[in-house]
Structures are given as C-alpha cells and as structure tokens.
Design a protein around this ligand. Sequence first.
Ligand SMILES: NC(=O)c1ccc[n+]([C@@H]2O[C@H](COP(=O)([O-])OP(=O)(O)OC[C@H]3O[C@@H](n4cnc5c(N)ncnc54)[C@H](OP(=O)(O)O)[C@@H]3O)[C@@H](O)[C@H]2O)c1
Length: 314
Amino acid sequence: MTQIGWYGLGSMGLAMASNLQRHLASKRALNLIYSNRTMARGDPLGALGGTPESSYTNLVAQCGIIFTMVSNDSVLQHLISSVTGSGLSLRGKIFVDCSTVHPQTVGLTAVKLKEKEASFLAAPVFGGNPIAVDGKLVFAIGGPKQASEVVKPLIQNVMGRKIIDCGEDATRASLLKIAGNIVTVNMMEAVGEAQVFAERTGLGTGPMEELIGEAFGPVAGGYSKRLTTGVYAPPLSSRPGFGVSLAIKDAKHALSMSKENNVELPGLQVALENLEAARDYAGECLDSSSMYGVLRQKAGLQFWNEKSRQGNSS
Ligand SMILES: NC(=O)c1ccc[n+]([C@@H]2O[C@H](COP(=O)([O-])OP(=O)(O)OC[C@H]3O[C@@H](n4cnc5c(N)ncnc54)[C@H](OP(=O)(O)O)[C@@H]3O)[C@@H](O)[C@H]2O)c1
C-alpha cells in the first residue's frame, strides 16, 4: 500500500483532503499524513483519522504520493526546493499539485523533480469550496501517464466528478486552468455589473438572481449569491471562499500569457483593475467576486451591501 501525503489545508485543500481521507478509511488503506503551515487547520482531518506531520520534508520522506494545494507559485516552488535540496531520496515518488500556478512554474517543477527520479503531475481544479466539500470538482491532469494512472483513482468519485486528461505534458493542465479562469473572472465581473444595474434601475437583485440562475446556470447563479448574501466581503474574522488575491494572481497569469501570444483579453483586464481597486479599498479579506463592491461605488452606492461586512473595523 502506498502512503499518501497532503500539504495545504486552506479553503479548498481541507475539503479535498477530507474526502480523500474518508475514501482511504473506507478502503482500509493507510491514513493520510497531512501538513499545513497552520497545523491547527488540520484538526478536522485528524478527527477523520489523518495523521499530522509538521514538517513537509518529513511528510515527503514517509510518502509515495504527495499532494499539494497551496496559494500560489512561490509557495509551491519553496516546498519543492525544500525537498530537492534536502538530500532526501525522491526516487519513484509522485508529486501532485492541485494549486493554480503558471505553466512555466509547472514546467520548471517537473524538470527539477525528474532530475531526482520523481514524477510531477499538475492537477488543478475547477469549482469552489462547496463543490470541493461535495467531492464534485472538475480536475485537469497532466504529466507522465504511468503516474497519472496511479493517481486518477484517488481523484475520480473521491474528490472530483470529472478528470480532463491533458496528456503527458503537465504544463497543458495548468494552461487549461489558466484559460478556464478567463471565463470565471469575466463571469464574476458580468454578474456583478448586472446586479448593480438591477439595483440602480429599480429592477431589484431578487428577480435578477432568479434569472441568472435559471437562464445562465448554477455557476453564474452561485456567483450572484456571493453578492446578494454578502459573501463578497465576509467578516474580517473569516477566510474568504476564494480570496481576492488568488483571483488577481489567476488573472495576471492569463494576461501575461495573452501578451506573449498576442491575444487581447480586454474584459479580463477590466475585471483585474476592479479587483485590485477592491483590495486597495477593503483589504485582503475579500472574495474573488469583490469587484462588485467597486462596481457599486462607481454607480454611487456604498462598497458594502446590507448583507456584507460594513467596513474594515467590523
Ligand atoms: N478557492 C477556490 O474557489 C479555488 C478554486 C479553484 C482553484 N483554487 C486555487 O487553489 C489553490 C488554493 O486555494 P484556496 O482557496 O484553498 O486558498 P487558501 O484558502 O488561501 O489556502 C492557501 C493554502 O496555502 C497555504 N499557504 C499560503 N501561504 C503559504 C506560505 N507562505 N507557506 C506555506 N503555506 C502557505 C495556506 O496555509 P495556512 O492555512 O497556514 O494559511 C493554505 O494551506 C490556489 O492556487 C487557488 O488559486 C481555488
């Protein structure tokens, strides 16, 4: 039996690792070994039978398959460098990163691990925290076939409802994720614009939300609910479902690649500027849909709505 490890227990990682641990327990397989910068975040996973390990290097030493789900490229690079530079044998190990990172980061990571006779799979995900909790994420997967065939049964009907196989080049999975985010961020911008329009014209956000959910599907409907329930600007004590800085990172990855490839993404550029303005105004504790607050301000409304937090002191 292969020992499996997991690093990164944020909004997505904790939900995904919990589903994986439940699956392992149901198969009477070895319990997941987990780690996170803030170890206390793993307590619910410990309650499911997972084993805590505070050091990433020690976790890697004990595991044959190691998942990561972290904020961004530099966190992933730091983790990988810490093990490749540790003198630990990585031979035959499979590293699976589910974070959203730039294809270039994926390519460099794959090379670094190949030099150590380890495999690297990029397995980024589509869907937010509630979908992760339900185990219904869509995964893209890319990397050596032998490794991806070993890992797919740990994903399909465990953490995800669908795996899109992008082949042996791991960078293609990351590229698909970045491309998908062009749709995600633009859709959040579009829903935000429509809801501000509905409020200012007197139509009201209720009928608009009903229409968005019915006519444009549950994803768009879910984005509308993030606005009308105030989740776009949650209480300062909470962790946003999909933090504003993560969406800014995603948009910047897409825009940097679009420039290199002579593609214009004007809608995404507008959404990025609004997200950055939202973060400048209200700080880090914002959801990726928080361009809505800025759209409200541009229409003469307050950044906050009746369901959101009411400022930066509440
Ligand atoms: N949220 C979504 O809806 C969603 C959907 C699809 C893809 N994604 C992508 O999935 C990834 C994770 O997203 P998330 O929403 O789970 O993010 P999150 O809630 O912000 O969690 C980030 C994770 O990275 C860790 N981390 C951050 N900085 C670190 C550092 N300097 N050193 C070590 N660990 C660090 C955090 O540790 P602590 O717990 O100690 O802070 C946490 O485990 C991101 O790449 C995001 O773009 C997110």
